[in-house]
Design a protein around this ligand. Structure first.
Ligand code: GAL
Length: 954
């Protein structure tokens, strides 16, 4: 055994001693032994701190620590094994390929195992040792014999070990280095998490067992027939009982089938039987083609309603168990998502089985990103350096060979943000030659030289529309290709805004075949003091903060408002109409399925209360088809505010959601809301305490409201500030769209209120003020006009901007505080938060929530929780009616405290509840990475007038 031979760590070749890649399958009748579980771990700070004597049988590891495999050692041992590091694109080590730092955390892993009693005799066939994922470089020994080493963290690697096995006391030793030449190819925007993080399995390989096999299962939509052929390294037979297929490997059978699509994921169970093994197959017949400039499956174009999915678990990092993977798939299906890009590496192979089973289109992406080279204008980029090409081809082959038998995989992606170069071309050529049945994607190939789809990330709406109309130019080849947005809608913090506007474009222009929101889940790490940790919370010297929390799910997989918005925007049924004349138009927006899986209901709601319900008979429309239907006569007399709510529900239980799960809905207003009228009937009176007007008292000098019907009220007064969202703060590469810094520079977070006049008159009280930031000439002339009918109090706020306002306002409204409030009832949009460009899922009705429930727990605290279109709200004994409807927010801390907090645990309730009643809110946009809010969602400083009627109850 050699001493201190860690030179392989900087070797640009992919590894040594590893078997060629082959198809992955979960189980067959051949024996296998999971080596997951508790392993011994010795962590060292450098790659060569110890010689390799530990790999020898009999080496005493009793005083070593223990670690769970699959797992990342930095997420175990309460910090004793080092910490995670988060960077977006910067390499956390000097860029000097292929060298890595001397400080190279290294985990020596040892696992001793016996073969199970029923394990075949060692002379019967061979055995393989399979690693499904190790970050970033592993060297492996079995019973003291070195098997080899490998890189390619999220790819499988197998070794032949048959002749080395013993019945008992086998010693498997794995030395894992955090950094290797391979790290240069794995610069994805995520935590750096070393370890054996996917399964380790020993597979018996009987004589004549399956080596590699390729299931070709196509579908001809003209004949309704599927054609099956299975190529196999070892000859055998294929049987598919449900289809009466019994053919030899290499032979072809063509039979009538139900095709596989993400909407109708029909799988046929089959078996590949060779002399030594029976491998179960789940066969989905489908044909992917680029035709007429469109991606078509089974002859029909499809629209991706996708998400980018990193593997993430808040405690286990990228070591996901099957139930977590299933939860992801179920959550996607329940939120109308039909596609996943496996950003930015092949996922655990079992995830793709779930995609086959439940139905999701998959863009399977190779484990390749070299983004950090952008810092040096891509000089020395490994993907344009022939020395690295074998490693790139190895990665492409390991992905394609592993995943080629999944019907869900329709597109191969070469990787992400790796610049351009010969290595990428070589990968694309290899993939095209190996698998002509799928398309090739790579966003960095702007000319589409090597790819079959034009792909962009974060283009503004206007540009997407230009591409939709084919006005974008580009190479001849590109002009003939469809566009997909491999990333859009950056779901960092509050947002993303503008999804509905993108969806309208996707639906309008054939060339636009949809996109994938960035990204599925926040990568927050559960932390004893901070709730969820993000970049910098582990003392990293280089990090990108909470840019790692940009998902549609919170780290614990609770759906965020962004996911609820997305679900609404991508509903597979469109329901439109005129509530007044009772007509409704239903359109099937699926690509493949008819509407026979759905039932439709209506309800007639008066002032947010359901007055009557019924069912609506909708024909089983084919994709793209519409039907005009008539709603029944309004069941109730016209109320003050009436509307129809139409819902499309699952007619039966499905594998992914129960019967009655709501797939789509719409509201059709019938009669508008009538805000309460208030006729002023009392005049203000001076008292010893100030000014009395109806139920209220005011400070005579400042005109400030002091009490209202016995309630102590702070404010209301004009407020324009919100705790900037991640999108307000903007990405460093969007300097003109970084509203947060621009707003602070202008001073909108520290407005001064100057009282110019307090004027009681015969019918009320007028308070004239000017609200403006120190150091600037802009201001808002603000007049508060108070009147009362003796019982209730009405405030009308008039705002006239002064000076040259070039920036939009964060919000415009009033802020007040009440001493206490717990339950909130309101009539307006809900149940969740909404902002001007994120309000599709906000449904007007009567809602109840506690103040705490109104908060959206963004990992980094920021503006959140506004309810849209609120006509009235009740809390803490106060009722507020708005004219017009307003944005309602209530929280137990101030905006300033919210803004100062870095984690949710920084927020502690004070003794008051702070309420914002807003006439306007600035849109949210997506500029934490992409474009800002569209102009129609900007809150411009313009003359405005809005009013509220306050009354007290109880
Ligand atoms: C993209 C990148 C993703 C992620 C995203 C921002 O450029 O492909 O990995 O970094 O930006 O969150």
């Amino acid at each position: 055994m050699s001493l201190r031979t860690t030179a392989y760590v900087t070797d640009v070749t992919p590894g040594a001693g590893v078997l060629p890649p082959r198809a992955w399958y979960p189980a067959s009748d051949a024996k296998s032994l999971s080596l997951n579980g508790t392993w011994r771990l010795r962590r060292s700070a450098t790659a060569d701190a110890h010689d390799d004597a530990f790999a020898a049988p009999g080496h005493d590891t009793r005083d070593w620590a223990e670690v769970t495999v699959p797992g990342h050692w930095v997420l175990q041992g309460d910090g004793a094994f080092g910490s995670p590091i988060y960077t977006n694109h910067l390499y956390p080590f000097p860029v000097d390929p292929p060298h890595v730092p001397t400080e190279n955390p290294t985990g020596d892993h040892v696992r001793v195992f016996d073969l199970p009693k029923d394990w075949p005799r060692l002379s019967e066939g061979g055995a393989l040792l399979r690693f499904d994922g190790v970050e970033s470089c592993a060297r492996v020994w079995l019973n003291g014999t070195e098997l080899g080493w490998f890189t390619g963290s999220r790819l499988p690697h197998e070794f032949a070990v048959g002749e080395l096995l013993r019945p008992t006391g086998n010693v498997l030793a794995v030395r894992v280095h955090q950094w290797s030449a391979g790290s240069y190819l794995e610069d994805q925007d995520q935590w750096w998490l070393p370890g054996i993080f996917r399964d380790v399995t020993l597979l018996h390989r009987p004589e004549g067992s399956v080596t590699d096999f390729f299931v070709h299962a196509s579908y001809d939509h003209r004949t309704g027939e599927g054609t099956l052929r299975v190529d196999s390294g070892v000859a055998g037979r294929i049987t598919v009982p449900a289809l009466d297929i019994d053919i030899a490997t290499g032979e072809t059978a063509t039979v009538p089938v139900d095709p596989w699509t993400a909407e109708t994921p029909t799988l046929y169970d089959g078996v590949l039987a060779t002399p030594g093994e029976r491998v179960p197959l789940r066969i989905g017949f489908r044909t992917v083609a680029l035709e007429d400039g469109l991606i078509k499956v089974n002859g029909r174009p499809l629209l991706f309603k996708g998400v980018n999915r990193h593997e993430w678990h808040p405690e286990h990092g990228r070591a996901l168990d099957l139930e977590t993977m299933r939860q992801d798939v179920l959550l996607m299906k329940r939120h109308n998502i039909n596609a996943v890009r496996t950003s930015h590496y092949p996922p655990h192979p079992a995830f793709l089985d779930l995609c086959d089973e439940y139905g999701l289109w998959v863009i399977d992406e190779c484990d390749l990103e070299t983004h950090g080279f952008t810092e040096q204008s891509w000089r020395d980029n490994p993907v344009d350096d022939d020395r690295w090409t074998p490693a790139l081809l190895d990665r492409a082959a390991r992905m394609v060979e592993r995943d080629k038998n999944h019907p869900s995989v329709v597109v191969w992606s070469l990787g992400n943000e790796a610049g351009t170069g010969r290595g990428l071309t070589a990968m694309a050529e290899w993939i095209h030659a190996r698998d002509a049945s799928r398309l090739v994607h790579y966003e960095g190939d702007v000319d589409c030289r090597d790819t079959d789809v034009y792909s962009r990330m974060y283009p503004p709406h206007a540009e997407v529309e230009r591409i939709g109309r084919s006005l974008d130019g580009g190479t001849r080849k590109r002009r003939r290709l469809p566009l997909i947005l491999c990333e859009y809608g950056h779901a960092m913090g509050n947002g993303p805004g503008g999804l509905a506007d993108y969806q309208r474009l996707f639906e309008r222009y054939d060339r636009l075949q949809g996109g994938f929101v960035w990204e599925w889940i926040d990568h927050g790490i559960r932390h004893p003091e901070l709730g969820f940790a993000y970049g910098g919370d582990f003392g990293e010297e280089l990090h990108d903060g909470n840019f790692v929390c940009d998902g549609l799910l919170f780290p614990d997989r609770t759906p965020s408002p962004g996911l609820l918005e997305y679900r609404k925007v991508i509903e597979p049924v469109r329901i439109e109409g005129q509530g007044r004349d009772g007509s409704v138009r239903i359109t099937n927006a699926h690509d493949f399925a008819d509407l026979s899986a759905l039932t439709f209901t209506w309800s007639y709601d008066v002032e947010g209360e359901t007055a009557a319900t019924g069912t609506l008979s909708v024909p089983a429309l084919t994709p793209g088809e519409s039907a005009e239907l008539k709603l029944p006569e309004p069941p109730a007399a016209e109320g003050p505010e009436a509307r129809w709510t139409i819902r499309a529900l699952l007619a039966r239980d499905t594998p992914w959601a129960p019967r009655d799960h709501v797939v789509a809905w719409a509201q059709l207003p019938v009669t508008p809301h009538r805000p309460p009228a208030l006729t002023p009937s009392t005049a203000p009176a001076s008292t010893a305490d100030g000014i009395r007007l109806g139920p209220a008292t005011f400070d005579a000098r400042t005109g400030t409201l002091l009490t209202l019907g016995g309630l102590e009220v702070t404010g209301p007064r004009l407020d324009v500030w919100r705790a900037p969202t991640d999108n307000d703060e903007g990405a460093p590469w969007q300097p003109d769209a970084r509203l947060g810094p621009l707003w602070r520079k202008l001073g909108l977070h520290r407005m001064r209120h100057r009282v110019d006049a307090v004027e009681p008159d015969g019918t009320g009280l007028t308070v004239r003020t000017r609200v403006a930031p120190a150091g600037a000439e802009v201001g808002l002339a603000t007049t508060y006009r108070w009147v009362s009918d003796g019982e209730r109090l009405k405030l009308t706020v008039s705002v006239v901007p002064e000076g040259d306002w070039t920036l939009p306002l964060p919000r415009l409204g009033v802020r007040l505080a009440l001493p206490r409030a717990d339950r909130v009832r309101w009539f307006g949009g809900g149940p969740g938060e909404a902002y001007p460009d994120t309000r599709s899922a906000s449904r007007p009705a009567r809602w109840t929530a506690s103040v705490d429930d109104l908060q959206t727990p963004y990992v980094r605290p920021q503006e959140n929780g506004a309810r849209a279109d609120v006509h009235w709200a009740e809390l803490g004994g106060l009722r507020i009616d708005g004219d017009p409807a307003f944005w309602f927010t209530a929280r137990r801390w101030t905006t300033e405290q919210l803004e100062a907090a870095a984690h949710l645990t920084d927020l502690t309730p004070g003794d008051r509840v702070w309420i914002n009643l807003d006439h306007g809110q600035m849109g949210i946009g997506s500029q934490s990475c992409g474009p800002g809010a569209l102009p129609q969602y900007h809150l411009h400083a313009r003359p405005a007038e809005f009013s509220f009627v306050f009354s007290t109850r109880g």
